[in-house]
Design a protein around this ligand. Structure first.
Ligand code: ZN
Ligand code: ZN
Length: 267
């Protein structure tokens, strides 16, 4: 087994995913309380006691709210860049086991190769990740890569290249531009922030990114971080319908707020 993956939750009320390799069990983001994370992990037969590390994309509460609760789990290593760790640390009552990386660097954590890259979003130093495990040509643990891309206003060119070499791409499909425009609950300034260059990808922008990076390697695409008010499964499925039938060997999974996905085994 090279890699298994489950989304525990996604959206503005919390984001977290679990990635398991032969020798590592890591969370990507921890946007739920430790108690809620424990419940979500228990649903798939896992627990925080078995989690080795957390990789944090940025400091927003929907990605990092669980960090304070990790004081009960001191064995968990927290990977973030310096600016993100500083922003999170300022709201903590304890000092977790920080492991600081530089944005753009590549490093190993056990049998997992981690590549981080900066993404445009209104946080201190937000990043996306690519995780790779296994070896080319190895029958038992073949090389598998997963890209994790939520919270970005637009996708720079290097991200197109990054997702091309992955089996799994997790990408936000945050809002339907039309629904956001017609929303009456959000003030104009907030709508500008969401749809701006440092906000979130619309369904159309997520589609554009995937169309530009489309690859025969893809086996599964997760469309995540859907806005509850300004998006819907139906709106996302409409935008991706043609791509879905064109890329018939790849599965598309739309994950709404409040949903988790069962383990997906990348082989
Ligand atoms: Zn977010
Ligand atoms: Zn954010």
């Amino acid at each position: 087994m090279a890699m298994r993956f489950s989304i525990l939750g996604t959206g503005s009320s919390g984001n977290a995913a679990l990635l398991v390799t032969e020798n590592a069990r890591v969370l990507v983001d921890a946007g739920f309380s430790a108690r809620k994370l424990s419940q979500l992990l228990a649903n798939i037969g896992e627990s925080l006691d078995r989690v080795d590390a957390v990789f944090l994309t940025h400091e927003h509460g929907d990605h990092a709210a669980g960090v304070d609760g990790f004081k009960k789990f001191p064995h968990i290593q927290l990977f973030a860049n310096a600016a993100t760790s500083r922003a999170i640390q300022s709201g903590l009552t304890h000092r977790p086991n920080w492991q600081i990386f530089q944005t753009g660097s590549r490093f190993m954590f056990r049998d997992l190769l981690i590549e981080s890259f900066s993404v445009p979003h209104d946080a201190q130093e937000p990043v996306g990740f690519r995780f790779t495990s296994g070896q080319d040509g190895d029958l038992f643990t073949p090389r598998r890569s997963l890209a994790f891309l939520t919270d970005l206003g637009y996708a720079p060119q290097n991200i197109h290249e990054c997702i091309r070499e992955c089996e799994v791409v997790v990408v936000e499909s945050n809002h339907c531009s039309e629904l956001l425009k017609n929303d009456t609950r959000r003030p104009w300034s907030l709508k500008q922030r969401i749809s701006g260059r440092h906000g979130h990808l619309s369904n159309a922008a997520a589609h554009e990114l995937l169309a530009a990076g489309a690859s025969p390697r893809w086996r599964r695409i997760y469309l995540t971080h859907l806005s509850r008010d300004c998006n819907s499964r139906a709106a996302v499925e409409t935008v991706f319908a043609a791509m879905r039938s064109a890329l018939s060997s790849c599965e598309f999974s739309v994950v709404e707020q409040g949903e988790s996905t069962p383990f997906y085994d990348l082989g």
